[in-house]
Write a protein that binds this ligand. Structure first.
Ligand code: SF4
Ligand code: SF4
Length: 341
């Protein structure tokens, strides 16, 4: 592991170096919001940004993609479509890096997802530690996602006029190997890093009324709670909370058949457990007919089912679902209610 320093004046030069290695996608302003988008002009990069509407992992798992060209009369002639390109995700907040780690685990599980993994194999991640709460809804301190154990190639920490950089992987080392404007970190930089992290710790406040590891059992105890009916009466089933979530990955598959009815393209498109038809089966039965059941399922998927399968939560505490909910349904309120806060 190397420790380096990048002056903020040299960020555009750093981006130009990265562009030689692949498509650089980072935060940029879009009207009053920020989005993760391709950075062609380094001046467009906006590293000091609050949470983006959509998480960066959506560049690895796009809203719609083609999976297969098929021939109905010659099934063996069908071609799989697995696409990818060298990609650098730059300035990814630590909670969103953890979101990528979670999708890496889910999509590597059987049956593995060739499309996601092909993109992921060509992707480098440059993480960025937030200096304080990036949204009034984030739960990163409770979830422990304000710092990272891994899942990135480089990590940037803002020291005011410069960034402290940790390299983590061989790919990260290679990204900084020939950059003359980076210098090794000095004791003064390390002291500044310590102060920045102290300030971060002081500014992040817990938002949950109980320990986060109580959530799986607390949710199970609250399975029949009236809370779900109350939430269900407010929820519009608009699906927004799942569309913006960095760890939601449900999708539907559809065949687009050409006019000759002989060939076509198989596509996948994001789907949502909040959609009324999501759990509908042949015969018209619906296992989660009510919005209250669907909202309960969403929280159980995050905190119970994935905990039982992988031993971790599938909520990284980014706060997007709460920030974007048109009915002002806040995840923190639901968690606190089941925790008894
Ligand atoms: S459930 Fe909400 S807070 Fe948790 S990761 Fe998804 S969008 Fe972020
Ligand atoms: S964003 Fe809010 S209203 Fe829309 S489905 Fe989610 S909880 Fe319901």
């Amino acid at each position: 592991m190397k420790t380096l320093v990048l002056s903020k004046l040299d960020v555009p030069a750093f981006v130009r170096e990265l562009q030689k290695r692949g498509k650089v996608v980072g935060p940029r302003r879009k009207e009053s919001q920020f989005v993760f988008d391709e950075i062609r002009d380094p001046e467009d990069l906006a590293l000091e940004y609050p949470t983006t509407i959509l998480p960066p992992v959506r560049h690895l798992f796009p809203h719609q993609e083609r999976l297969l060209h098929f021939q109905r009369k010659d099934v063996a002639a069908s071609d799989e479509i697995v696409e990818g390109e060298p990609l650098i995700l730059l300035g990814v907040h630590t909670c969103d890096v953890q979101g990528i780690n979670i999708l890496d685990e889910v999509f590597s599980d059987s049956p593995y997802d060739a499309n996601y993994l092909a993109r992921r194999a060509q992707t480098k991640v440059i993480a960025l530690e937030c200096q304080g709460p990036c949204s009034q809804y984030n739960l990163c301190l409770d979830k422990g996602t304000h710092r990272l154990e891994g899942g990135y190639d480089l990590l940037l920490i803002d020291l005011g006029d410069r960034y402290f950089i940790f390299t983590r992987t061989a790919a990260g080392e290679s990204m900084v190997a020939e950059t003359a404007f980076l210098r090794p970190a000095t004791p003064v930089d390390r002291e500044a890093l310590g102060k920045a992290r102290e300030m971060q710790s002081a500014s992040l406040k817990p938002r949950l009324s109980g320990p986060v590891n109580r959530l799986p059992s607390a949710l199970k105890e609250a399975y029949d709670d009236l809370l779900w009916e109350a939430i269900g009466r407010r929820c519009l089933s608009c699906e927004t909370c799942t569309m913006v979530c960095p760890t939601c990955y449900c999708f539907d598959v559809d065949d687009e058949v050409a006019f000759d009815l002989n060939h076509g393209v198989r596509c996948r498109l994001w789907d949502s457990c909040q959609s009324h038809r999501f759990a509908e089966v042949a015969g018209g039965e619906n296992f989660r007919e009510k919005a209250s059941h669907r909202q309960r399922h969403r929280l159980f998927k995050k905190e119970v089912f994935q905990f039982e399968k992988y031993g971790r939560s599938a909520c990284v505490g980014c706060g997007r679902c709460s920030a974007q909910c048109v009915a002002s349904i806040r995840l923190t309120d639901m968690y606190n209610q089941v925790l008894g806060g």
